[in-house]
Design a protein around this ligand. Structure first.
Ligand code: ADP
Length: 708
C-alpha cells in the first residue's frame, strides 16, 4: 500500500497567489522525500499544505496569512444587495459567455442556449477565430452551511466557483448543509453534502449495533471496535459478563466508559469500574447509551493521551466510493495520562481527548505551529513516531482498513434510508458526505475506532480570551490548514463536470501497494491545474479486492429493500416478510408459514422495545438481519455462522435471479435520469442495473405486497 510518506507534498515557497491561482505546477510532488528521515522538522513535510507560508518565520506568517484571509472573507460575505443583483449578475455572466468581445452584443432575451447564432457567438469572434469556451462556474448554495461557512467560502474562492450565501431561486449544483440532509427542503437536483439517515446511523447505539453484526460474521476483521453493550437493554448481559470475568480472574480490574446515545463532545461521558456504578435513569426515563470497554493502554506522546480525527469522504453509495484525507488532526489531553484507578476516574482532562473539554483546561496550548500544542496535524504526529522508528506505513494502512471496514458496516442501513428518502421515480439530489473518524492508537499501535461523526466540526477559528472575561473567535491555523483542503478537494471531486467521467477501477489483480490513477490524473480545467494535488486519497474501490468479501450484510439489505415494496417505507410488514420467505423457498415440512409468522412477531416485538423512536411498525433492517441469521442457522445447522449466512444468501439470490433478470430488462426501458452511477462492482455476485432503476423495477415487480 502506498504510504502516507509517499503521498506527502513538498512544501512550496510560492506566494499564495501562485499556489492557488496561476501556478500550474504548485510544486506538488507525489514523490516527496520519505518521512522516515529522522529529525526533520515535521512542519516541512505536512501533507495537503497551503503553499503560502514563507520559510522565514512560519508561525508569524501563519497568523498574517490567516488574518488577511479573514478580512477578505468578511468582505466577501458582506456583499450588499446580493439578492437584488443576483439575477442581473447571472445574466451578465451568461452573456459574457466566453470573451469580452461579446459584451456589447447580448441576445435580446438573454437566453441564447438554443440559438445557433448565439452559440456561434460564444465560440467564435466575428472574424471566425475560435475561442475556447469558458466553463460556467459551479454554483454552491451555502445558506445552510452554519459553522463550516468560513472554510467553505475560502474553498469556493480558491476554486473560482460561485457562492450563493442566501440560497438561489433556481437550482444550484451543490448544496452545503451544516447539519443534515433535511437542512434545505425540496431539493430536486444537484448534490447535497449529507446522506439521509447518516445522523441516525452514526449515533452510538446504531453504530455499535452495525459493527457488532459485522463482528458476529467477521470477528477478527472487526476487532478494532471495543466491546460494547447497549443500554438499558443489555444491562443484564453486561453485569453477567463482568461478574463472570471477575469470578474467573479475581485480579481483573476492567474499566468501562459510558456514553449517552445522542451525545457529542464528551457530554455525559463517565468511566466506571463496576456495573453497579452505571447511572441508568435520567429523571423518569431510562438512559439510552452504550457502555464500552475502556482502552486503558493508549499510545502517549509527551505523556499525554491523544486521538486522531480523520476526514473521510463517502463520494457515492452505489458504487461505493470512499476517500480518506491524507492529513488529519490529533487532539491531546491536557493532564498527563495514568491508567485508570478509582482515584482518577473522574479526571476528564486525563481520559477524554475532546477538544471541547480540554480547551477549558488551564493547560490547553493554542499553537500556530502544527507540531506542538494541544491540537496538531496528524502528519506531525506520524513524523514524530517515524523518527522514533515506528513503522508508520503499517499504522496508516491499518487505519485505512479500519475506515473501509467501518463504512462497509454502515452502508447497508444507509441504503435503506436512501431509498426511503429518494425513492425511485421521485426527483432528488445525489449525496456525498464528509465524516469525522475518531481513532485512538493503542500502545501497541493498533488503531481503535472510538466513533464516527456525521457532522464533524469544520470550524477554522477557536474561542480565545482576548482580555479578562472577553472571548473572541480567532483564526486557528491548524484547523484551517486541514479543513479548508478537505472541503475544497471534496468539492473538486464533486465537480459536476466530472460526473460523466467513469470512476477509476482497480486493475485486475492490483495489490494494495500498486498505485492506481487517482482523481489527480483527471485534471480538467485550468483552475484545477493551479491547485495542489488532491489531499483526498481514494481507498475504495481501489482496495475492492481486499475488502469486498465483507459486504455480506449489504447483500442482505438488497433483499430487504427488494421486498419493502411501498415507496418511502423502511420496514417490512408481515405480508412482505412472508413474500420474502415464499419467493426464497424457505419453508419446508419442519418450518411452516405459521413458524414464519412466529419468527416475525418474536423479532419485531423485541426490536420494537429497543427502538426509542420507532414510529413505524414492522421489521427494520437490523431486525431483518437477525431474522436472516436465525433462518440461516436453522437451515444450515452444520456450518459456521458466516458460511450459514453465505449459503442462505446464495439460495435467496438464486431464487430471485429470474426477477433480477426481469428487472434488468425493465431498467433498459427506463429513461436515463439516474441519480446514481452504474454499479460496476456490486457486492452481490449478481450484476444489478443502476441502483435506483433496480429499486424502481423491483417495486413494480412486487406490486402484490405494495398495498401493505
Ligand atoms: P463524544 O461523541 O461525546 O466525543 P466519544 O465516543 O468520541 O464521544 O468519546 C469521547 C472521548 O472519550 C474520546 O475522544 C476518547 O478520548 C475517549 N474514549 C471514548 N471511548 C473510549 C474507549 N473505548 N477507550 C478509551 N477512551 C475512550
Amino acid at each position: 500500500m502506498k504510504s502516507l510518506d509517499q503521498d506527502a507534498e513538498k512544501e512550496g515557497a510560492e506566494s499564495e497567489e501562485q499556489a492557488y491561482v496561476s501556478s500550474p505546477s504548485a510544486s506538488v510532488s507525489p514523490d516527496a522525500p520519505s518521512i522516515t528521515v529522522t529529525g526533520r522538522d515535521a512542519n516541512d513535510a505536512s501533507t495537503c499544505r497551503n503553499r503560502s507560508r514563507s520559510r522565514g518565520n512560519p508561525a508569524k506568517e501563519d497568523i498574517n496569512f490567516t488574518v488577511k484571509q479573514f478580512t477578505d472573507r468578511a468582505l466577501h460575505s458582506n456583499i450588499s444587495g446580493e439578492n437584488v443583483k443576483r439575477q442581473e449578475y447571472e445574466r451578465t455572466l451568461h452573456i459574457r459567455g466566453s470573451d469580452k468581445v461579446l459584451q456589447g452584443r447580448p441576445e435580446a432575451n438573454g437566453n441564447n442556449v438554443n440559438n445557433p447564432r448565439s452559440k456561434m457567438n460564444q465560440d467564435t469572434l466575428d472574424n471566425g477565430v475560435k475561442l475556447p469556451r469558458k466553463k460556467k462556474p459551479v454554483t454552491v448554495d451555502t445558506s445552510k452551511a452554519k459553522t463550516s461557512l468560513e472554510a467553505l467560502k475560502i474553498s469556493i474562492k480558491q476554486l473560482k466557483w460561485k457562492e450563493f450565501p442566501m440560497g438561489r431561486r433556481t437550482a444550484c449544483d451543490i448544496y452545503w448543509h451544516g447539519v443534515s440532509f433535511h437542512d434545505n427542503e425540496n431539493i430536486v437536483s444537484g448534490q447535497v453534502n449529507k446522506f439521509p439517515g447518516m445522523v441516525e446511523m452514526l449515533r452510538k447505539i446504531n453504530m455499535s449495533r452495525a459493527v457488532r453484526t459485522m463482528q458476529e460474521l467477521f470477528p477478527e476483521e472487526y476487532d478494532f471496535y471495543p466491546r460494547s453493550w447497549i443500554l438499558p437493554q443489555e444491562y443484564q448481559q453486561f453485569t453477567a459478563q463482568i461478574c463472570m470475568v471477575k469470578e474467573n480472574d479475581a485480579t481483573a480490574n476492567h474499566t468501562f466508559i459510558v456514553k449517552p446515545d445522542g451525545g457529542s463532545q464528551g457530554d455525559g461521558i463517565y468511566l466506571i469500574r463496576d456495573p453497579s456504578d452505571l447511572k441508568l435513569v435520567a429523571g423518569s426515563q431510562a438512559k439510552q447509551g452504550v457502555v464500552q470497554e475502556y482502552i486503558h493502554k493508549p499510545l502517549l506522546i509527551d505523556k499525554l493521551k491523544f486521538d486522531i480525527r480523520l476526514y473521510v469522504l463517502i463520494k457515492s453509495l452505489e458504487p461505493l466510493e470512499i476517500y480518506i484525507a491524507k492529513e488529519g488532526l490529533t487532539r491531546f489531553c491536557t493532564e498527563p495520562y495514568q491508567e485508570p484507578s478509582q482515584k482518577n476516574l473522574s479526571h476528564v482532562f486525563m481520559h477524554l481527548t475532546n477538544y471541547s473539554l480540554n480547551v477549558h483546561s488551564g493547560n490547553f496550548v493554542h499553537s500556530d505551529s502544527q507540531s506542538t500544542g494541544s491540537k496538531r496535524t496528524l502528519s506531525s504526529v506520524l513524523y514524530r513516531l517515524a523518527a522514533k522508528g515506528v513503522d508508520i506505513k503499517k499504522v496508516w494502512s491499518d487505519i485505512i482498513a479500519l475506515v473501509i471496514k467501518t463504512v462497509i458496516a454502515v452502508v447497508p442501513e444507509l441504503k435503506v434510508y436512501y431509498q426511503a428518502e429518494i425513492p425511485p421515480g421521485k426527483p432528488g439530489p445525489t449525496c456525498f458526505q464528509i465524516l469525522g473518524f475518531d481513532i485512538l492508537l493503542m500502545k501497541n499501535l493498533k488503531p481503535i475506532l472510538l466513533e464516527v461523526n456525521s457532522n464533524p466540526s469544520m470550524r477554522i477559528e477557536h474561542e480565545q480570551e482576548v482580555a479578562a472575561g472577553v472571548f473572541e473567535y480567532v483564526p486557528s491555523p491548524v484547523d484551517e490548514e486541514v479543513k479548508v483542503n478537505v472541503i475544497r478537494d471534496t468539492l473538486r471531486l464533486m465537480d459536476p463536470s466530472r460526473k460523466n467521467q467513469s470512476i477509476v477501477l482497480p486493475r485486475p489483480g492490483a495489490e494494495p501497494s500498486e498505485e492506481i490513477p487517482t482523481e489527480a490524473d483527471l485534471k480538467a480545467s485550468s483552475t484545477e491545474e493551479a491547485l495542489p494535488s488532491l489531499c483526498l486519497k481514494q481507498v475504495y474501490p481501489k482496495y475492492t479486492k481486499q475488502f469486498n468479501y465483507l459486504r455480506l450484510v449489504e447483500r442482505i439489505a438488497a433483499l430487504f429493500i427488494r421486498f419493502l415494496g411501498v415507496k418511502g417505507n423502511m420496514r417490512l410488514g408481515p405480508t412482505a416478510f412472508r413474500t420474502f420467505i415464499r419467493s426464497c423457498k424457505l419453508t419446508n415440512s419442519s418450518f411452516s408459514m405459521a413458524s414464519v409468522d412466529i419468527l416475525y412477531i418474536d423479532i419485531t416485538r423485541r426490536w420494537a422495545g429497543t427502538m426509542a423512536d420507532s414510529r413505524e411498525a414492522g421489521m427494520g433492517l437490523q431486525a431483518f438481519v437477525e431474522a436472516f441469521f436465525s433462518l440461516a442457522a436453522r437451515r444450515f445447522k452444520s456450518l459456521g455462522q458466516r458460511q450459514q449466512v453465505l449459503a442462505l444468501l446464495e439460495q435467496c439470490e438464486a431464487q430471485n435471479l429470474w426477477e433480477e433478470r426481469r428487472s434488468v430488462s425493465c431498467s433498459r426501458t427506463l429513461s436515463g435520469g439516474n441519480r446514481t452511477h452504474v454499479a460496476p462492482l456490486s457486492p452481490a455476485p449478481l450484476r444489478r442495473p443502476p441502483y435506483n432503476q433496480w429499486l424502481s423495477c423491483a417495486s413494480q415487480l412486487l406490486k402484490p405486497i405494495s398495498g401493505e
